[in-house]
Design a protein around this ligand. Structure first.
Ligand code: SF4
Length: 266
């Protein structure tokens, strides 16, 4: 299998069966986040394209019909909304597997109406927001798209207004933004999410994670909002269908002490 991987134990989605619609070699992303566990973005991209055909996906889905998973999650080696056939792939996966569908997005392409439409087919959308101002957005996420942070925030707000599913905000906290937790909470209040996921990079990467105490202090700034944190969440035990494909997208699973497989982006 080269498109489907996992299930992986996800702190936000339980047992998560991954689908990766991006090319298999290197990371294809519209961001180059300083904390990315996949390393630097080797294929920077801001335009949508087809990388994996629906026929190829249908073929792989046939092999996993009775898998035990809580969600099918579109994620993988980069930004899933770059796949122009994401909406059709979501509907195909739901029809075939009968499981709820989640998409983990970096939010960078949400100003595009076609991206918002595709995300609207998912049961859960986890949208990344790591900075409350443009300067920090550029420093942490190193965007390769032309949209400003404000344009992205307005697009998430517009998506929120028409979306019937669960919208979660994924907020990654590191040294660079830890003192701006109250501004981040204000941003979250503006977007009325169903959940705020307070995260810090626990898997090996170029940036050190914040401690459990630091994350608890950040959490306190989010009073009145439905918050989960990466330190508090439980992770289920899972057995991946294909260990090599799972490790390729979850390199931290090779490091002792992080379990096999790792929760990766999930
Ligand atoms: S963390 Fe996600 S959005 Fe950021 S560079 Fe890595 S794959 Fe792209």
């Amino acid at each position: 299998m080269s498109i489907i991987y996992g299930p992986v134990p996800s702190w936000r989605l339980g047992r998560s069966l991954g689908i990766d619609l991006l090319p298999g070699d290197g990371k294809t992303c519209s961001f180059d986040c300083v904390y990315c566990q996949l390393g630097r973005t080797t294929r920077p991209l801001a335009e949508r394209a087809e990388f994996v055909s629906l026929e190829a996906l249908a073929q792989e889905l046939k092999g996993v019909r009775r898998i035990g998973a809580d969600y099918v999650t579109f994620s993988g080696m980069g930004e899933p909304t770059l796949a122009i056939n994401l909406g059709e792939a979501i509907r195909l996966a739901r029809r075939t597997l009968g499981l709820p569908i989640a998409v983990l997005t970096n939010s960078s392409l949400m100003p595009s109406a076609d991206v918002r439409q595709d995300l609207g087919y998912a049961d859960v959308v986890v949208a990344k927001l790591d900075a409350p101002n443009e300067e920090l957005f550029r420093r942490i996420n190193r965007p390769l798209v032309g949209y400003s942070l404000e344009e992205i925030v307005r697009a998430i707000s517009s998506f929120r207004a028409g979306y019937q599913g669960k919208l979660a905000l994924d907020m990654m906290f590191i040294r660079a933004n830890k003192r701006l937790a109250s501004e981040m909470a204000a941003l979250a209040r503006r977007l009325v999410p169903d959940e705020v996921q307070v995260n810090t990079p626990l898997r090996p990467c170029a940036v050190a994670p914040l401690t459990a105490e630091e994350i608890a202090a950040i959490r306190a700034e989010f009073g009145g909002l439905p918050v989960v944190t990466v330190y508090e969440a439980a992770r289920p035990q899972v057995s991946p269908l294909d260990v090599d494909e799972t490790l390729r997208r979850r390199p931290s699973a090779r490091h002792p002490g992080h379990g096999v497989p790792s929760p990766g982006k999930e």
